[in-house]
Design a protein around this ligand. Structure first.
Ligand code: FES
Length: 106
């Protein structure tokens, strides 16, 4: 099974096994990391699943949609690596992906 690597808010790095086809948000949550509120359940309307994705993997990710872009614009922590994890579909090509949980917005 492929894995991703997740850096939590306290700086710990954990490896998580994922099933291709699931979202990054699901993989992180089901992997036992409970730092993402994911309040909307993954329908791209809350931005509480914000993560930073290693730029080395950027070309393998689906493009940011207008809805995702709009929600990310509301975060004080947005940067070039920002994604909403519920909008990132995991594939075999993303094995080894390094993700950092973004700080919570106030
Ligand atoms: S869980 Fe709400 S936008 Fe991702």
């Amino acid at each position: 099974m492929p894995e991703i690597r997740v850096i939590t808010r306290d700086g710990d790095q954990q490896s998580i096994v994922f099933t291709p086809g699931t979202t990054l948000m699901q993989a992180i949550t089901e992997g036992g990391i409970h730092e993402l509120q994911a309040l909307c359940g993954g329908v791209c309307s809350c931005a509480t699943c914000h993560v930073f994705v290693d730029p080395a993997f950027a070309a393998r990710l689906d493009a940011v949609s207008d809805d995702e872009d709009g929600l990310l614009s509301g975060s004080a922590h947005r940067c070039e690596q920002s994604r909403l994890s519920c909008q990132v579909r995991l594939t075999e090509q993303l094995a080894g992906l390094l993700v950092t949980i973004a700080p919570e917005d106030e």
